[in-house]
Design a protein around this ligand. Structure first.
Ligand SMILES: Cc1cc2nc3c(=O)[nH]c(=O)nc-3n(C[C@H](O)[C@H](O)[C@H](O)COP(=O)(O)OP(=O)(O)OC[C@H]3O[C@@H](n4cnc5c(N)ncnc54)[C@H](O)[C@@H]3O)c2cc1C
Length: 376
């Protein structure tokens, strides 16, 4: 894909490059816990001080309102500078909660929360999935019953990333008894320090504890924390997920190209060898993912199925890149290292944010026009 950048774009790129060069922390980010929180908030505060926080947010809410072309430039420079992964514990606040509040929140909610998010003062987590509601989110069962001017919440969420260090949670609950599936849900702001909340971290394959189970035992949440209308949470949640599908993952997708180039430099494969061919294929696949990312970002209006295509290609390519890294490292990979950690974490790529099977269903039905899968 050919992108035509203007002279002004080149000036913007130079400014981004210069700032990143001077500002990217030398130490790598911790994987989880309070150290990960402190690191991510400090980095976001630094970005804010430099004018690089909330780059895709509208300027009236403190962001920079960058065009898709400028976002591309920013993320190209961001990954080139090996800046901290965008998928840290500020991800939900910047890419889900903030944009959702901008689109659906009240004036008071925006005024209270948006500045705290942009300046790196708070961590948000997402409380959508439940033990019985992951791919089929509409079957969620956690309830919030109206009692005076509060909702009283009971139930359980799971896989809530960084819930153990979060200040707030975007919480999707069933507030209208008797309604099924997508109806009668509400999207609420849950203060994670409310009495009745228990957070139990879950250790993953790589030994990190960055997601958690969250239990709610008569947790009282003011009705003023409902975002959008009461019982209209499905519409609000679809807004939340649409941000993830469009701009949120651009940094991760472009970063894969950098990882492939780093791997080629590390492997130095003999010309014509099987490894050279494998790495060349990965380089070509990363280039095609980059082109798909640009197309999704620049296409108006983007569709949810575009997001599924890119998400699936990214997830499966990321796993191939990390697998190849292990093969290049050989016996060295047995020693715990960042590369080994990343490889083990990459197994979750085809689950998080919608599983590979669900993405394939969406592509089959909405892009290829195949018949819909009938629920059993
Ligand atoms: C690293 C990571 C971070 C996460 N962070 C969060 C978070 O912060 N907040 C949050 O709310 N959730 C989070 N999740 C949860 C994630 O959204 C769910 O794991 C995901 O939606 C899948 O749901 P599930 O685990 O319940 O699997 P299930 O939905 O039970 O699926 C089990 C298997 O059945 C397959 N399957 C299910 N339905 C179909 C179908 N119709 N057709 C074909 N195959 C099907 C799936 O593909 C999968 O292989 C995270 C997950 C991971 C791995």
């Amino acid at each position: 894909m050919q992108l035509n950048f203007t002279v002004e774009d080149d000036v913007f790129r130079a400014a981004a490059r210069e700032w990143l060069l001077a500002s990217v922390p030398a130490a790598p980010p911790p994987h989880d816990g309070p150290a990960a929180r402190a690191y991510a908030l400090a980095w976001l505060a630094r970005c804010h001080a430099g004018g690089w926080s909330g780059i895709s947010w509208p300027s009236e809410y403190g962001g920079r309102g960058l065009s898709p072309e400028r976002l591309i430039i920013w993320y190209e420079e961001y990954v080139r500078a090996r800046a901290p992964s965008v998928l840290d514990c500020t991800f939900v606040a910047l890419n889900h909660a903030g944009p959702t509040l901008i689109a659906c929140g009240s004036t008071e909610q925006k005024a209270f929360h948006l500045p705290k998010i942009l300046t790196g003062q708070v961590i948000w987590c997402q409380g959508f999935s439940e033990p019985g509601a992951g791919s089929d989110l509409a079957s969620l069962a956690t309830t919030g019953l109206v009692e005076g001017d509060h909702l009283v919440v009971n139930g359980q969420k799971i896989w809530s990333s960084f819930a153990d260090v979060a200040d707030y949670q975007e919480l999707l609950i069933r507030t209208a008894p008797g309604f099924r599936r997508h109806q009668g849900l509400s999207w609420v702001i849950c203060d994670m320090r409310s009495p009745g909340i228990t957070v139990r971290p879950i250790e993953n394959l790589a030994g990190a504890t960055h997601f958690a189970e969250v239990f709610y035992d008569n947790v009282r949440i003011p009705l003023s924390n409902v975002v959008g209308d009461l019982h209209d949470g499905w519409r609000v949640a679809m807004n939340t997920l649409s941000f993830e599908r469009k701009t949120a993952a651009v940094g991760l997708q472009l970063d894969l190209s950098v990882k492939v180039e780093d791997l080629i430099a590390l492997a130095m494969p003999a010309p014509g060898s099987a490894m050279a061919e494998r790495l060349a294929t990965l380089r070509a696949e990363a280039a095609s993912l980059r082109a798909m990312t640009y197309r999704t970002l620049l296409r108006e209006p983007a569709t949810a199925s575009d997001g599924s295509l890119v998400r699936l290609c990214f997830a499966e390519l990321a796993q191939r890149v990390h697998r190849a890294t292990m093969d290049v490292l050989g016996a060295e990979a047995l020693i715990a290292s960042q590369a080994t950690h990343d490889y083990l974490e990459s197994y979750s790529e085809t689950i998080a944010g919608g599983t590979a099977e669900i993405q394939r269903n969406i592509i089959a039905e909405r892009i290829l026009g195949l018949p819909r899968v009938k629920a059993a």
